[in-house]
Design a protein around this ligand. Structure first.
Ligand SMILES: [Zn+2]
Length: 337
């Protein structure tokens, strides 16, 4: 199953925000998949385009600080969005933001993000029912308890997981984060929740790990709180990536199987990704293919339902690794390979 919500894509350009999250990526992915005759003929069996759930305040309150949630549901949401997308620089000037080019008020972006969050939840529900779902959105893994960070306002991954737990649709959830950047919002949010296990394989250095690890009061910055399993990959270690991931997942499976795995399939480790901060990790298309097939197969072999979200993907080439994986996974699900 693929979940493609054209109404809730949180396209940033419409809000006057300029990050290289090339707006055509998800449309291109769907176009390429439908260009495959066997997939086009059976689109009803794998493509969903309707959002069937809502995410509301009570869902956010399972994950975020109540005072922060109140701000999001007030006029202060604009300030939080400016902070999330770093739209004002240290000298108070607009940064990658041109309000005069915006077609929509910035505050509406919150509604889009709630929609994306609902997509992540829906993807989990579909995965529980059918074994696999890939949502072409979501993956806001930098959002923290009471602050936005790194283009992430609310942590859809933990929000979806906690809702499933509270609804007793799952009692244990794994979060497998393949995005180039450490899942540094997810880790502290789940640190004391033993129903959720977190794994993050990411760039050993660079954002968000280029910050001062200690706050002025001596406590650890949230970005440095460990996931249950962190797998840092240093610059130039691409050839070791798959082996590190395999060892990591083998270790992870020793904790016992969950009812669901949420996978952040970020393709920003791709060598042709255009976000400058991902430059230290440069996986080839082939290496990403091995990565995705390995994770998919690992979960399938163990009959663990898998809900993937797109997460990081920047620039004009980002569609390639996504299409490559989805062609493989969909033909496998449909038994047409
Ligand atoms: Zn990323």
């Amino acid at each position: 199953m693929v979940l493609y919500l054209s109404q809730h894509r949180a396209e940033l350009a419409g809000y006057g925000i300029d990050v290289p999250a090339y707006t055509g990526t998800v449309d291109r992915v769907i176009g390429e998949l439908l260009a495959d005759e066997a997939l086009a003929q059976r689109r009803e069996q794998w493509l969903r385009t309707e959002l069937e759930y809502d995410i509301g305040k009570s869902d956010l309150l399972r994950v975020h600080d109540p005072r922060y949630v109140e701000r999001l549901y007030s006029s202060a949401v604009t300030d939080e969005l400016i902070a999330a997308f770093e739209l004002i620089d240290s000298e108070g000037r607009y940064h990658r933001y041109a309000p005069e080019r915006a077609e929509l008020p910035l505050a509406d972006l919150f509604l889009d993000l709630l929609g994306a969050c609902a997509g992540t939840y829906q993807s989990s529900r579909v995965a529980l029912e059918h074994g696999f779902c890939y949502f072409l959105g979501g993956g806001f893994h930098h959002a923290k308890w009471n602050t936005p960070d790194g283009f992430c306002l609310i942590n859809d991954i933990v929000i979806a997981a906690r809702r499933l737990l509270s609804e007793e649709l799952a009692s244990r959830v794994w979060i497998i984060d393949l995005d180039a950047h450490k899942g540094d919002g997810t880790a502290p949010l789940c640190r004391s929740d033993d129903r959720i296990l977190t794994l993050s394989i990411h760039m050993a250095h660079g954002w968000p790990l280029d910050r001062e690890p200690r706050l002025p009061d001596g406590s650890l910055h949230e970005s440095f709180v460990a996931s249950d399993l962190d797998i840092p990959v240093a610059e130039g270690e691409e050839r070791l990536y798959l082996e590190k991931l395999q060892l990591g997942l083998a270790k992870f499976s020793g904790y016992g199987a969950p009812d669901l795995a949420l996978v952040l399939g970020g393709v920003d480790p791709y060598e042709h990704d255009e976000l400058p901060s991902t430059a230290p990790l440069r996986l080839s298309l082939e290496q990403l293919e091995q990565r995705d097939r390995f994770v998919y197969g690992f979960l399938k072999e163990r009959a663990i339902p898998q809900a993937w979200v797109k997460s990081g993907s920047y620039g004009r080439e980002a569609w390639r690794p996504i299409v490559q994986f989805l062609r493989y996974a969909l033909h496998d699900r449909l038994g047409s390979r």
